[in-house]
Design a protein around this ligand. Structure first.
Ligand code: NAD
Ligand code: TYD
Length: 358
């Protein structure tokens, strides 16, 4: 039986991790234990993502610890102090374009940070524990790039093509190696592109929404025909929770939206929704679409076969894409303070560096 009494969540101040902690503590999951959130608060981490959780549960069922997963003494101390029975490892450098311009942080966090966490779990859970679990949160990008048909299955060999996905792949291999070599109870999930509230506005959907709201150009890489499979962050996290409860140690589970979109078609849909909600002319917004030079090594298409988690754990997507996009646009419209707060000097520098030369 899994313990699920004290869960150490890494990267819980980011987009997906904060949504996961909300899901754990807002009653929907049925979880009754404590959550420890270890987050370094990089540019992508934002304590405001969990302000209501801190107010409702801080010091009781929710504990925030600022620090890096790569700090072995800190991580060791957290295992001593809180004795977690579960680790859900979200913390990562997560943006492909940043990995192209500066890969080092991706290796430090996604590879060495994951290694440091695994070492702590191995030390503290030694002797074999059937109540413990280390869950590695990963991406479909580790599988590489698809042609026009087919989909990634759990058996598809890893073939990462960016420093981001290569670092994630290395972390995944390490996690699985700790299962095979040391008997560490490890599960792993590979999910497709997430969207929803609180996603940092450097990623495609929130960047486009925000640029529309600010009347800026909408930068489309290359021919705009790259394809991503989009899933709402809440559908992803329900799947992670199912894996924690019922997933088999040593197994991987693909999670996907079964919802493939060419970037340009997705942008047109987002424009239609945003125009309707803001009263701006759709044609006027369309005129701001700007073709910019392509991302180097840009993966053409991702698609996920998520038959295994559906069959074995009874999971399915619940949020229809149009409804999820509407909710996401509404959230950004209603939370411009959140956006303004993170549009720091660092954010503006990033926009300058990434888009300045395109
Ligand atoms: P994010 O960039 O929004 O959040 C990452 C969080 O990790 C931030 O809070 C950041 O402060 C924290 N962090 C970074 N380095 C750290 C370190 N060394 N120590 C402690 N904390 C650190 O990312 P996200 O989109 O929420 O992604 C979360 C996880 O899900 C990642 O592992 C990512 O690879 C995976 N994933 C993301 C997607 C997606 O579409 N966003 C899809 C599949 C899988
Ligand atoms: P992104 O959100 O960065 O996710 P990922 O690269 O991890 O899939 O990008 C999604 C798609 O959108 C990808 O094909 C790249 C493209 N893209 C643009 O065309 N313009 C942009 O400004 C960004 C950030 C992404």
């Amino acid at each position: 039986m899994r313990g699920l009494a004290t869960i150490l969540v890494t990267g819980g101040a980011g987009f997906i991790g904060s949504n996961f902690i909300r899901y754990l503590l807002d009653g929907k999951s049925g979880f009754t234990g404590r959550v420890i959130n270890l987050d370094a608060l990089t540019y992508a981490g934002n304590p405001a993502n969990l302000a209501e959780i801190e107010a409702a549960y801080g010091g009781d069922r929710y504990f925030f610890e600022k620090g890096s997963i790569g700090d072995a003494a800190l991580v060791d101390g957290l295992f001593e102090r809180y004795r977690p029975d579960t680790v859900v490892h979200f913390a990562a450098e997560s943006h492909v374009d940043r990995s192209i311009l500066g890969p080092r942080a991706f290796i430090e966090t996604n590879v060495l940070g994951t290694f440091t966490l695994l070492e702590a779990a191995r030390k503290h859970w030694k002797g074999g524990r059937d109540d413990a679990l280390f869950h590695q949160v990963s991406t479909d990008e580790v599988y590489g790039s698809l042609g026009t048909d087919g989909a990634f299955t759990e058996e598809t060999p890893y073939n990462p093509r960016s420093p981001y996905s290569a670092g994630k792949a290395a972390g995944d291999h390490l996690a699985m190696s700790y299962h095979h070599t040391y008997g560490l109870p490890v599960t792993l999930s590979n999910c497709s592109n997430n969207y929803g509230p609180r996603q940092f506005p450097e990623k495609f959907i929130p960047l486009m929404i925000q640029n529309m709201l600010e009347g800026k150009d909408l930068p489309v890489y290359g021919d705009g025909k790259n394809i991503r499979d989009w899933i709402h962050v809440e559908d992803h996290n329900r799947a992670v929770w199912l894996v924690l409860n019922r997933g088999k140690a040593g197994e991987k589970y693909n999670i996907g939206g079964e919802n493939e979109w060419e970037n340009i078609r997705l942008l047109e849909t987002l424009i239609a929704i945003t125009a309707r909600k803001t009263g701006r002319g759709e044609r006027q917004i369309r005129e701001t679409i700007t073709r910019v030079s392509d991302r180097p090594g840009h993966d053409r298409r991702y698609a996920i076969d998520c038959g295994k988690i559906k069959r074995e754990l009874g999971w399915k997507q619940e949020i229809a894409f149009e409804a999820g996009l509407e909710q996401t646009v509404d959230w950004y419209l209603a939370n411009q303070d959140w956006v303004k707060n993170i549009q720091s000097g660092e954010y503006r520098r990033w926009i300058e560096v990434n888009y300045g030369g395109r």
